[in-house]
Ligand binder design. Sequence first.
Ligand code: PGA
Length: 240
Amino acid sequence: MHPIIAEDYDTLSRIAADIVSDLVRTHPRASLIAPTGETPLGLYRALAARRRRGEFDASYLRVVQLDDYLGLDDDDPRSLYRWMKTAFLDPLSVPDAHVIRLRGNTPDPDAACRAYEATVRAAGGIDLAVLGLGPNGHLGFNEPPIGPDAPTRRVALTPASVESNARYWGGRDRVPTAALTAGMDVLLAARQTLLVVSGAHKRAILHRTVEGPIGPDVPASYLQQANNVTILADKAAWGE
Ligand code: PGA
């Protein structure tokens, strides 16, 4: 694991944009996990600004969805696909055909998960997984306790995740309680991982992730054993 400590959130976002830009410059057809959540929004804004200046071209990028709530249509305001489209795909003009979906609006969640794993495998896996860190140590919706081999699957959200997601949708009652998530197997096999972490409220879980025992109670702790992992945190999250 390679930690980079940024002075503040804007610096974190710029460094993250440098890392994504470098990959896309050298591998225009790279496959990238682009998560939802608040932490990567500064990164996405920075990439969109670079695109407007002609410095970033996502035309050939393959974008892989990380997770979604179960049972929401794409036009539901809470759909994480819709969030990804608004925050990332549209500002960067990524064609729909270049997106590997994990469809939460499906009558057969198990088949959707199998199709996702097969499509990701056929695409050659993940070149760069950008990930946020859940307050309970989750990656995607790999809720604790979970092991490193867990496949892409349907999950029940823990109370900690419902609580954390409530701020997105204006209350706990509005948060769906089931989701589909890319498996730990998919995420830990990425050739490169960028974990973005901002804010003092993430400090304790960040240090358990980086320094704590590796185990199912903190799913992100398995990143200690993965290849080419950068932990990009601002000072508020890292501490002194
Ligand atoms: P956040 O979400 O970026 O909004 O803090 C991270 C997560 O829960 O995975």
